[in-house]
Every structure is written in C-alpha cells, then in structure tokens.
Ligand binder design. Sequence first.
Ligand code: CA
Ligand code: CA
Length: 176
Amino acid sequence: MDSAEYERKTAARFASFDQDGNGYIDREDFSAAAAAILAEFNTTARCDKGQALYSGAEAFWQGMAGIADVDGDQRVSRDEFVTGAVKRLRDNPKRFAEIARPFLHAAIEIAASAEGEGDGVTVGAATRLLRVLGADEKLAGQVAEALDADGDGRITEEETLTAFATYYTVDGPDPQ
Ligand code: CA
Ligand code: CA
C-alpha cells in the first residue's frame, strides 16, 4: 500500500469514529454510535441490552482516550488518532478487542435478537452493524461475508469482533 492509500484509509477510519463529523473523536461520538445501533435494530435504550450498549460505548471511549488522547483534552484529534490509536492498536490488536469488546458484545446481542435465534449474528446483521458504525456498504458486506467461512450465513461473536478489529486497524505496513 502506498502512502496515499494509507492516508485515505486512515481518514476513512477516523471518519467512521467521528460520527458527528466535527473533526474530533469524543464521548459524544460513541453515544451517537450507540444510538444509531439502537435505531437500526429498533431497540430501546431503556432495556438491559440498550443500557449495556451505552456503558460499553463509554468504556470504548475511555479505552480510546487512554490510548490516543495524548494532550488529555477529552477528545482525539486526527493527529492523535493516526499517531496513537491506529499505530498502537495495529501493534496490539488484542488491545483493540479488549477495549471494544463490551460495546461490540452488546451491539452483537442487539443485532442477534433483532434477527432471530441462533449462535452469533447473521451476515446481514453484521453488515448492518458495520455500516451503522461508518464502514461503506461494499466494504461492510465484504468483511462480513469473508468471515462466514462455512457458508451457513451466520458468524460468531468472536468472528464479528475480529471483523471490526480488522476494519479499524489492519492497513498494511507503515509508509516510512
Ligand atoms: Ca466528533
Ligand atoms: Ca486530545
């Protein structure tokens, strides 16, 4: 990947997190993401799953801030995102899974119950989740489908988590 491509991808990931598009990732963006997921799957914020999603969003934000908010102003600028979040999460994808898990676990529960019984979520629900969280339609579909290795149309929570970690952190080598 050349550096223009890397820049483009990083900008797209930043935009995914910056839900309100004000040029910073902050707590409001994470609550906005939670609200968007609830709306997408017709789920109320008051139920247990809705509450879990909001507390997961807060934990995700705290984790992101802990990694990337270097100047401590409670928001992650584009520079902080690129030098802090992207690089550090790519060096340590497990760390991403750790900070994102409560949020994604709640999101997956919501998506799963909106689409009927069974293990994990359907490819369609995972695609909707990725799209709500800012991935473009085509990419979201590709990422979700690639995970359904056995072709039964469902992917597990662990696989969904991997899909998100891949989407947010894997961009090939640094353009040094
Ligand atoms: Ca924002
Ligand atoms: Ca900051």
